[in-house]
Ligand binder design. Structure first.
Ligand code: KG4
Ligand code: ZN
Length: 358
């Protein structure tokens, strides 16, 4: 595709598209770091009554809003297709139908507008959000990626290599927030609901502090605390359909105790791995990184150890397309291109082992 021949990628204007789960997001980013504008059309209202994301519904909603969102983004910024230098789209990992919606639209636009196209790993783009926030962040550093579908700690090396240091053995941290909230009759998505409820609760009311740390000193587990919350909320014999037995204060106490345990586990393990790797920097990435208790705890514990931390703006922790455009610009600048045969993949790890560099 000819348009990319003489592009100065440090000034290039890239359109990002994100549709891996339940957010249809588009963004315009200049030079891989300057966010001109980004829009997120959330499907939260659509999925709330089901208590979680329904893939078929997500797919249909992406199809309905994606092109109008792109049009509105370009119109608002007075940008024409001729002004663009490249197009980046999330193509892995995520809900396959949702991903394919974004990938198909991106391929059609790349063809129609004669733009270089690149598929982006969603997890790597979450890490790029930390680099957008902290331009000084450079490898090697330890990244905690904690989202709704993924929770792992990685050593990010020069050239964008990722070595998995540890992570969840069962549920992702965000998934645990969502499930605990459902058990406590708090609205979907669970992360922000638990955070809100926890403010009025006693975080020591339930003895769960160490419940998410595995005995090997390396990994995390969120399935045990999920059961503990269920028993606390609905009795030991209970299934999820049993009546909630906690009053409002009990729900707040359970939310605060749950949040304390998850935060304690994420911070403990991340800093332990950072210390073992001898890095100076830790990056906090993914939707759960929006959690204020987690941010505050990591900030103070890291400061005590003399570590620097990169925290994306809260708005850029949860799914967005600015991080996709930023990651796409890095790849395009390194000469990575995809053709009209670009596919999507439900599963992937970050880094060249999972996919490709840099
Ligand atoms: O990265 P993300 O937006 O989507 C995925 O890639 O999965 O992460 C979504 C997850 C959800 O599980 C949501 O409950 C959680 O991030 N989350 C939070 C907060 N905001 C979003 N978890 C804890 N506290 C929050 N404030
Ligand atoms: Zn995400």
């Amino acid at each position: 595709m000819s348009r990319s021949a003489n592009v100065d990628w440090s000034r290039a204007l890239v359109l990002g598209i994100e549709s891996s789960c339940d957010e249809t997001a588009v963004a315009l980013v200049r030079g891989g770091r300057e966010i001109l504008a980004h829009r997120v059309a959330s499907q939260t209202d659509l999925h709330r009554r089901f208590g979680g994301v329904v893939p078929e519904q997500a797919c249909r909603a992406h199809m309905q809003v994606l092109l109008p969102e792109i049009q509105a983004l370009l119109d608002d910024q007075d940008v024409r297709s001729d002004d663009l230098d490249g197009l980046a789209v999330t193509n892995r990992p995520g809900l396959i139908g949702a991903l394919l919606t974004g990938v198909s639209a991106a391929k059609a636009l790349a063809l129609a507008w004669d733009l270089p196209l690149v598929g982006v790993n969603h997890l790597e783009s979450h890490v790029t959000a930390a680099r957008v926030a902290e331009p000084d962040l450079s490898p090697p550093f330890v990244a905690l990626i904690a989202s709704g579908g993924h929770t792992g700690m990685y050593l990010v090396g020069p050239g964008g290599t990722y070595r998995r240091l540890g992570g969840t053995r069962d549920d992702a941290a965000g998934e645990a927030f969502d499930k605990a909230a459902a058990v406590l009759d708090l609205p979907y998505p669970g992360g922000p609901s638990i955070e809100r409820a926890a403010r009025k609760g006693n975080s020591k009311a339930f003895p769960w502090k160490n419940a998410c740390l595995t005995s090997d000193g390396r990994d995390l587990s969120f399935s045990g605390i999920k059961t503990a919350v269920l028993y606390a909320a609905r009795g030991r014999q209970a299934g999820r359909n049993e009546r909630l037995t906690l009053d409002n204060q009990g729900v707040a106490d359970a939310a605060a105790s749950f949040q304390r345990a998850v935060v304690h586990a994420l911070v403990t393990r991340t800093l332990q791995h950072a210390e073992a790797c001898g890095v100076d920097w830790v990056a906090l990435c993914g939707g759960v990184a929006a959690n204020r208790a987690l941010r505050a705890s990591l900030e103070s514990e890291a400061a005590r150890m003399g570590l620097r931390i990169a925290l994306p703006h809260r708005e850029l922790c949860t799914d967005n397309a600015a991080m996709v455009a930023a990651r796409g610009t890095e790849l395009l600048a390194a000469g990575v291109r995809d053709g009209l045969d670009l596919g999507a993949s439900a599963r992937d790890e970050p880094g060249p082992d999972g996919a490709r560099g840099p």
